[in-house]
Design a protein. Sequence first.
Length: 388
Amino acid sequence: MFNQETINKLKSIPTPFYYYDLEVLKQTLHLAKTESEKYNFIVHYALKANVSNEILNIIKSYNIGADCVSGNEVKKAVECNFNSEDIVFAGVGKSDEEINYALDHNIFCFNCESIQELEVINELAITKNKIASIALRINPNVNANTHKYITTGLEENKFGINLWELDAVTNLLKTTTNLKLIGLHFHIGSQITDLNTYKSLCIKVNEIQNWFEHHNIKLENINVGGGLGVDYHQPDTNRYANFASYFKLFNNFLEVRPHQKVHFELGRALVAQCGTLISKVLYIKKGVSTNFVILDAGMTELLRPALYQAYHKIENLSQSPHSSLLSPFYKYDVVGPICESADCFGKAVNLPETFRGDIIALRTTGAYGEVMSSAYNLRDRVKAIYSY
Ligand code: LLP
């Protein structure tokens, strides 16, 4: 992915830092928009994946809405000039302050996750003499077949209103004066690579829609969430998520009523491949059964491997990728400098012979990379640079 000119440029910048290729971002957004527009689907960007201003401004320019999970994300979306009617707000624990902020900015919709939350939003809306537009986030009990920490649509998960609560919810909505039900919301998990999972979701959503129609409740909007996975193993061959098949599947299997709008909330699939964490080798250390490559980036810059045992492709940008023709690759455990044994980016990683000072790329880190970084061990906050 990196040409020599880019590599030379990256080598001159103090590490560690995130490098974002904005051309890759634009191509991804273009594809997502083109494929979704074939069916008049509405795409929102899940801010939680990456909140850099540069990235948000580009996403906004593609007429993509904002999916937020905190008051500060709503604020960020407002500051980046997303239209309030394009902002949705989900989350199991919205505080009163966060709800009030969103009410003040007349956002498109609160995706509500519990009965008590509905009562609180109603009370706060009464105080402000406003009508809050709400969608019910329903837990459809569909298995996303992904890592358990990023599975959200099973009954055992904390997210959404359970199917057995629907009677109680619809009864409550008959009494709440300042709530307007505008639709249903679903999000079953993240890094979903088997599209059949979405077929199961569609079938479940169709059943749930029938239940609402049977109760004479009209739904203007169906939001099926996000979760579309990306290829962490082959970021160059499969740079773009399979947007065509993904949207086509929903068009084929979701029973959309003539008046209805269908919404998506994509995070990872839009921004993962445009980001790379660039780091430098501090030391090569011989272990008993392995050699360690010790980087100047660690779990403080990229938490995913430590938290989810996630794979990120690791490349040595200082050594020729063809050096295997001349000398064999070696296996290294690639680790960070943090005082935690979980601070490991990969075990037995195949790399050309690697030396102190080499520049290492951790690929596909544009989503849930920089946003999940921390200052643990009193580390400096990771920097970012952008290609223009
Ligand atoms: N909508 C809702 C309500 C969500 O909770 C999420 C992600 C999304 C949309 C966007 O999902 P995406 O298209 O990005 O899969 N930190 C984890 C991922 C957590 C995802 C949380 N929710 C990771 O690094 O894999």
